[in-house]
Design a protein around this ligand. Sequence first.
Ligand code: ADP
Ligand code: MG
Length: 578
Amino acid sequence: TTQIETLEFQAEARQLLQLMVHSIYSNKDTFLRELVSNASDALDKLRLESFLDKDLRVDTSDLHIDIEVDREQRTLTVRDNGIGMSRDEVIQLVGTIAKSGTAEFLRKMKESKDAAASRDLIGQFGVGFYSSFMVADKVVLLTRRAGQDEATRWESGGEATYTIETVADAPQGTSVTLHLKPADQEDQLADYTSAWKIRELVKRYSDFIAWPIRMAAEQPAAPAAGDTDAEGGTDAEATPAAPETLNSMKALWARSRDEVAEDEYKEFYRHVSHDWTDPLETIHIRAEGTFEYQALLFIPSHAPMDLFMRDARRGVQLYVKRVFIMDDCEALVPEYLRFVKGVVDAQDLSLNVSREILQQDRQIQLMRRRLVKKVLSTVKEMMTADPDRYHTFWTEFGRAVKEGLLNDFDNRETILEIASFASTHDAEKPTTLRGYVERMKEGQEHIYVMTGESRSMIENSPHMEAFRSKGYEVLLLTDPVDEVWVESVPEFDGKKFQSIAKGQVDLDTEDEKKATEAEREQQRADFAGLLSFLGTKLTEDVKEVRLSSRLTTSPACIVGDAHDVTPTLEKMYRAMGQ
Ligand code: ADP
Ligand code: MG
C-alpha cells in the first residue's frame, strides 16, 4: 500500500512557479531545452558514478534521451535512463530552489514594474525545471535512482503544493510528463505535440548534447502535412518502429572555429551557463602538443546575482576525453574570474581525478595560466575593437576582476591595463590608467587617487580642493576592493599610486615653493599659538595639528598617516566584526 503525501513548495519556489504559470517569459519554447539539459546532466552523472563506483550495477551501454508525444492526451514526455533521484532528492531538488541569489532575484523581480525588465531578469536567473509550467498545467515526474529499488512519483499543477508517492517499480532514470495547456489559448501556445515542432526545437537548442535525443517513430496513421522529415529520414521510413535521433551530438569544443556557427555557440553557452541570454564574448582554444586540450569559454553579458556572495560558484566544467568530470572546477580559473563559463576538455587526465589532485597537477596549472591570459587578452582586445562591449564588461565584472590585483601577481600589469576608473577628468566616462598617465601634468610624478563610498562624497571632500584648483586629475575609487588593492599595488607604468587623503602631498612647483617659503615661515609663527592650543584641546583625537596648503575654501580637514587605515576600510572592518 502506497501513500500519497501532499507537500508544500518552499516559499521562493512558489513565487517562481507563479511567475511561470502566468508566463511572463515570452519564449516558451525554452522549456524543452531545460528538460533536455537536465536529462543530459543526469546521463553525465550516471556515467561518471558507474565509473567511480564499481558496485553500482547499471547498464550504461545505451544511455539516451527519449521524447514522446501523445496528440490525443496532449502530453509530452522527456525520459532519460540517467542517474535518477531518490525520494529525498526529489523533495530537495524539485521542491526547493537552492540556487544562491534566489532571494535577491525575487526582490528585484518585485521591484521591477516593467514587464520587459522582468523578462530580462527571468532570463538571467534561468528557472530550469519550473519552466515546464509555462506550457503545462500539470507535470508528472517519475524517477528511480540508479542502484535503488523503489521509485518516486511526483505531481504538481504548479500551485502551492505537490504530491509525492513511493511506487514499487519504474525504469531507472527519470521521465517528466507535461500535460500541455490547451493550444488555442490567447497567447497562441505552439503545438508541442507536433513531431515537426519537436524536431525543430531540438535542432535549434540542443543539437550539441552529447547523448542521443530520440523521438519514437510516429504511427503511420494520419500524417499531417508539416510532419514530413525535411532531411529525408530514410531510416524512419524503412523501419517505422526505430526511433529517430534528432541531434548531431557533436562536441562543439572539439570542432574548429570555422565549423561552428555563431548560433551554435550561443545555444551551447545557454546550456553550460543556465543563462538564457547571449554571451558577451566567446573564447575557443585548441591546444595541441604534449598536453592536448580544448577549451570553450564564455564571458556572460551580465553579472550573476550571486557574484559577490560567499558561495558563488565558478562556471567552468571539466571533461576528460569528452566525459564529463565535474562542474565548478576551481583549479581551472582563479576566483576573480569566477564569472567565466564554459568547458575544458583535457585529453591526458585520468577519469577519476579529484579536486585535490587537480589543484596540484602541473599540467592543470599550465592550462590555467594559459586560460587566464587568454581571457584577459580577450578583454584587452575588446577595449580597442569594441569599446561599448568593453564598457559593458567592466561595468558588470570590473569589481570582481580587481580582486585579481590582490593575488594574481603574474597578471597584475594586464589587469591594471584593462581596468577603468571614475575620474575627475570626466563626469560620465571612466578612464583607463593609460589615459590618466597620458594626461598627467608636467612634473607630476604620482597617480592621484581617493577612495570613498561614493563619487559625490569624494568630490565634496576637503582633500579634493587643492587638486581641483591646481588642475590635477584624481581617480575616484568607490568599490570596497579599491581600498585594498590601492594599498598593495605599488605602481602603474612606473608611477606610484598616491592617496590624496594620506600623508603629505606636495603639489607646489619649485618656484611656488621658493615664493611661499618665507610666507609659510611667517604663517607658522603667526599661528603657532593656535596650533598648539588646538593640539592640546584635541590631544585625545588627533596626533598632530598642522598648517596646510591643501585647502582653498574649507578651514580644516582630517588627514590620515601614510599607512593608516582609511575611513571606508575602517567601516568595512567594523561591519565584518573586527
Ligand atoms: P538546475 O539544472 O539548474 O540545477 P533545474 O531546476 O533544471 O535546475 O533542476 C533542479 C535539479 O533537479 C537538478 O539540479 C537535478 O539535481 C534535479 N533534476 C532535474 N531533472 C533531473 C533528471 N532528469 N534526472 C535527475 N535529476 C534531475
Ligand atoms: Mg536544469
